[in-house]
Design a protein around this ligand. Structure first.
Ligand SMILES: [Zn+2]
Ligand SMILES: [Zn+2]
Length: 69
């Protein structure tokens, strides 16, 4: 597994890992490699897998919440 950056640790406390909705499955965990100059929220445009995944997840859940029957 990659090492999170200092900034990553601040964004995903305490250890810089975004666990998403699959908290129990380590294969889905992503390490945040953001730098301080990254936008906040970061959408993964810096190459950070954690933020890219977090952004996708937020879109997914937003989509779910926005759907009313
Ligand atoms: Zn990140
Ligand atoms: Zn970033």
């Amino acid at each position: 597994m990659k090492m999170p950056t200092q900034e990553g640790r601040k964004r995903y406390r305490p250890n810089g890992i975004y666990k998403g909705p699959f908290t129990n499955d380590e294969s889905f965990w992503e390490v945040c490699t953001c730098l301080p100059e990254c936008p906040d929220p970061c959408q993964g445009q810096c190459g950070c897998q954690a933020c890219a995944t977090a952004y996708e997840d937020s879109l997914y859940f937003e989509g779910l919440n926005g759907t009313r029957f």
